[in-house]
Write a new protein. Structure first.
Length: 419
């Protein structure tokens, strides 16, 4: 059995849906689980809709209608006007309309997971119906009946024991040699049957969960690139494809911010030694990048990761005393409370500095920290990470930018850069 995962770019329009069908058709005699993200920009649109709903703005219905129009237009290109898919899409949107009719009943994160996850419902229903229309037998399954999580909304933690039991009951035992299962990425459900999500871009992790629980032969993540590159071509010239890297290297790159693979994806695959391949849905015959236990090529090509929109926050005691373990415990608790993830940290005798993504939650965090600490910060920064660096490469990539913080290990250098 293999697991395919298609991201939003691979289901951006009607032609993209047709392309998915052609890729699946090439392997339709192999039992397969296909994980599909929301269609391109749909998650962003649903997040905007949620913002209007939660903060009681007047444009929620207008935003919902735009999302409806987008999906129904794609359906019109793929199906006859009397096809059952139109009613299925309508039924999904009715759930959102019911949510909009009431006041929010929970926190922002709770309401987020009830609303934003429907993007994957819409995309998978469209793809499943189109595959059936093209004669490709498949079964649509709701991922909320497969993946059980806790109630840490927007960053839910998987209950592996229950999840494995549910996947075994709904996929493994009934699976026949040519079965194709279509399901959603990103979403799960709690024991109270509320929807949950695994974190932004969590569909890769969904594919890894399903692969681990079914002991899949391989996972293939389909992207709009020919594999994993050593750098983002939006920021760097002369990028190089990484043909083969180890699980360890992939985890390091994902942790430091490489956008091709979700950070949580690798661990369940490494535990079962299931290889992960990154391939192009534009050029599906190309070999792509394979991630497995082979580490022989890890150090051959340096990789660099560019994270813009960073803020460097320095925290020190008001009385000029040392930063102790007790201070750090208090600081970490504050970051956890506000849901702010630290990208890089460094401490000296009297200060503790962190680099974080720019986020609306930072002002509340800083205000609370100021109750007990002196806090200063720099905005509009870039965090540059170089794996397998050389001094010449560091100087070349820094150019004339100002280095505000530098952190080095044997294999990695991380630099917080100003203009």
């Amino acid at each position: 059995m293999i697991v395919y995962k298609f991201g939003g770019a691979s289901v951006k329009d009607a032609n993209a849906v047709k392309n998915i069908a052609s890729i699946i058709k090439k392997s339709e005699n192999t039992p397969m689980v296909v994980v599909i993200s929301a269609m391109a920009k749909t998650t962003n649109a649903l997040e905007s809709l949620l913002d209007s709903f939660f903060y009681k703005k007047d444009d929620a219905i207008e935003k919902l209608n735009l999302i409806k129009e987008f999906h129904f237009e794609i359906a019109k290109e793929l199906f006859d006007k009397n096809h059952a898919i139109f009613q299925e899409l309508h039924n999904v949107f009715v759930e959102v309309e019911w949510q909009l009719e009431d006041d929010p009943i929970g926190t922002y994160d709770f309401e987020y997971d009830q609303m934003v996850g429907i993007g994957e419902q819409l995309s998978t229903k469209l793809v499943s119906a189109y595959l059936t229309q093209e004669g490709i037998h498949n079964k649509w399954l709701d991922a909320r009946s497969l993946i059980r999580t806790d109630n840490s909304y927007r960053r839910a933690i998987v209950d592996w024991e229950v999840t494995e039991d549910q996947i075994n009951a709904l996929i493994v035992k009934p699976l026949k040699d040519s079965d194709i299962i279509i399901t959603q990425g990103f979403v799960g459900s709690t024991s109270e049957n509320f929807s949950s999500t695994l974190g932004r871009e969590g569909s890769d992790f969904s594919a890894a969960i399903l692969a681990a629980c079914t002991n899949a032969k391989e996972v293939i993540i389909w992207k709009d690139v020919d594999g994993m590159l050593n750098a983002d071509p939006k920021y760097f010239d002369k990028t190089v494809k990484l043909n083969n890297i180890s699980y360890r290297e992939a985890i390091e790159l994902a942790y430091f911010g490489a956008s091709v693979i979700h950070p949580k994806t690798i661990k369940p695959l490494q535990n079962k030694e299931i290889p992960l391949r990154v391939k192009s849905f534009i050029n599906p015959d190309n070999k792509g990048t394979i991630i497995n236990s082979d580490f022989s090529s890890d150090t051959l090509i340096p990789s660099y990761i560019h994270k813009p929109d960073q803020r460097l926050i320095s925290i020190s005691a008001k009385d000029f005393s040392f930063i102790t373990e007790g201070n750090l415990s208090e600081i970490y608790a504050c970051f956890s409370k506000h849901g702010v993830v630290i990208s890089l940290m460094q401490n000296s005798a009297i200060s503790f500095s962190v680099c974080v993504d720019e986020d609306s939650k930072l002002e509340q965090l800083i205000d609370e920290l100021k109750n007990d600490f002196k806090v200063v910060y720099n905005k509009d920064l870039t965090l540059l990470t170089i794996r397998h660096y050389s001094e010449d490469l560091i100087h070349e990539l820094i150019g004339k930018k100002k280095v505000l913080l530098e952190q080095k290990s044997r294999s990695t250098v991380r630099l917080v850069l100003g203009a």
